[in-house]
Design a protein around this ligand. Structure first.
Ligand code: HSE
Length: 337
C-alpha cells in the first residue's frame, strides 16, 4: 500500500513512528506493508517512490523544520496537490490543521485526492464539517473510500462503535463531551479555581488545544464533531451551519459554584436530538458523562439497547495517529474483500 502523507505535525510524525514500529505486525496480522512514498508539509515535499526512510523524514523535519529541506529527496515550494495528483499511491492521508472558515487547505487536498481516485484518510474536521455530504458523494462516484475515525474522539473509537456495533438498531439521539480542551479547562476552573486563560494555556502546552484555541473555547470544535456524527452515524445530512453553538467563554465561577451545590459539574455538551447544539450544561456527578480532565464521553440513546456510553482520550498525537492506523487497516481489509 503506497501512502502519501499531507501534513507532518504532531499527528503525522506520530503516525510515521507507529508505521515504522508496526511494520512486522502489520505484515503478519494483516498481510500488507504500508510504504510512505511522499510526505508534504507547509514548505514543500519529500518524495521517494520506492518508499521513504521514515526515520530520515522525521530527522529532517526535527532538524530543519521541513521535510522539503532533505538535500536529495526534498522539493521546497512544491504544493501538496501536485504530489497528491502526480505521485502514484493508493492512499492519501490528510492531516493538516482544522480551518472552519473555508476548510482549506484540507478541503482542496481531499477533493484532489478523491478526483485522482486515491482512498482518503483524514483527521481534519473542517472539510467534513463544511462539506461532508458532497465529499461522501465524491468518494462514492470515484469508487474510493473516505475514512475519518480520528476526527471524533481522537483514538477512542466513537464513530466505529456507533457505525459498526449498532447494526439493525437505531440511534435516536446522542450527547456528550467531544472536546478535551474545554473539559480540562472546566475541570481546572471547578477543582482549583484556575482562570480560563491559565487552564487553556495548560491544554495548549499539552498539545490538546486546536491551533486556534477559540475553536475549542467557543464550541466550534465540538460542533464540527457533531456534524460528522450526524452525517456518519445518524444519516442526517448537515453542515456546521445547522448547529446552534454556545461555547464556554461566558461560564462564570458563580455558574460552576451553583452546579457544584447541586452535586453537578458544568460540561460543554454537544447533542443531536431534534436539533444539533453545543452548550455548557450541568451534568450530575454520578452520570457516566461526567468525566474529568481531557477525557471525552458520548452517550448514545439507542432504540433497542437503551443508553450506551463510550469514554476515552479524545486528543493527543499518538492517540489520534492510532485512529489513522485503524483506518489504514480498514481500507486494506475493505479492498481485500
Ligand atoms: N482540540 C481538540 C480537543 C483536539 O481538545 O478535543 C481533538 O480533536
Amino acid at each position: 500500500m503506497r501512502i502519501v502523507i499531507v501534513g507532518f505535525g504532531t499527528v503525522g510524525q506520530n503516525l510515521a513512528r507507529i508505521i515504522q514500529s508496526k511494520e512486522k505486525q502489520l505484515l503478519k496480522e494483516f498481510g500488507f506493508h504500508p510504504r510512505v512514498v511522499a510526505v508534504a508539509d507547509r514548505s514543500g515535499v519529500m518524495i521517494d517512490t520506492k518508499g521513504l526512510d521514515l526515520e530520515r523524514a522525521l530527522t529532517v523535519k526535527r532538524m530543519k523544520g521541513s521535510v522539503a529541506q532533505d538535500p536529495e529527496l526534498g522539493r521546497p515550494g512544491v504544493d501538496a496537490k501536485e504530489v497528491i495528483e502526480g505521485v502514484e499511491a493508493e492512499v492519501v492521508i490528510e492531516l493538516t490543521p482544522t480551518n472552519v472558515t473555508d476548510g482549506e487547505p484540507g478541503l482542496s487536498h481531499i477533493k484532489t485526492a478523491l478526483r485522482s481516485q486515491r482512498h482518503v484518510i483524514t483527521t481534519n474536521k473542517a472539510p467534513l464539517a463544511i462539506a461532508m455530504p458532497s465529499l461522501m458523494e465524491m468518494a462514492s462516484y470515484n469508487k474510493v473510500l473516505l475514512r475519518f475515525s480520528g476526527t471524533v474522539g481522537g483514538g477512542t473509537p466513537i464513530l466505529d462503535l456507533a457505525k459498526k456495533c449498532f447494526n439493525g438498531n437505531k440511534i435516536a439521539s446522542l450527547r456528550g463531551i467531544l472536546n478535551g480542551t474545554t473539559n480540562h479547562v472546566l475541570t481546572k476552573m471547578t477543582d482549583s479555581n484556575a482562570s480560563m486563560d491559565e487552564a487553556l494555556k495548560e491544554a495548549q502546552a499539552s498539545g490538546y488545544a486546536e491551533a486556534d484555541p477559540s475553536y475549542d473555547i467557543d464550541g466550534v470544535d465540538t460542533a464540527c464533531k457533531l456534524v460528522i456524527l450526524a452525517n456518519c452515524v445518524m444519516g442526517r445530512e448537515s453542515s456546521i451551519r445547522d448547529v446552534k453553538i454556545e461555547g464556554i467563554r461566558k461560564v462564570s465561577f458563580e455558574k460552576l459554584e451553583k452546579a457544584r451545590g447541586k452535586n453537578s459539574q458544568v460540561k460543554l455538551i454537544g447533542s443531536i436530538g431534534d436539533e444539533i447544539r453545543v452548550r455548557p450544561e450541568p451534568i450530575p456527578r454520578n452520570h457516566p458523562l461526567c468525566v474529568r480532565g481531557t477525557l471525552n464521553a458520548v452517550s448514545f440513546k439507542t432504540e433497542l439497547m437503551g443508553e450506551v456510553t463510550v469514554v476515552g482520550k479524545g486528543a493527543g498525537g499518538v492517540e489520534t495517529a492510532s485512529a489513522v492506523l485503524r483506518d489504514i487497516v480498514d481500507v486494506r481489509r475493505t479492498l481485500a474483500k
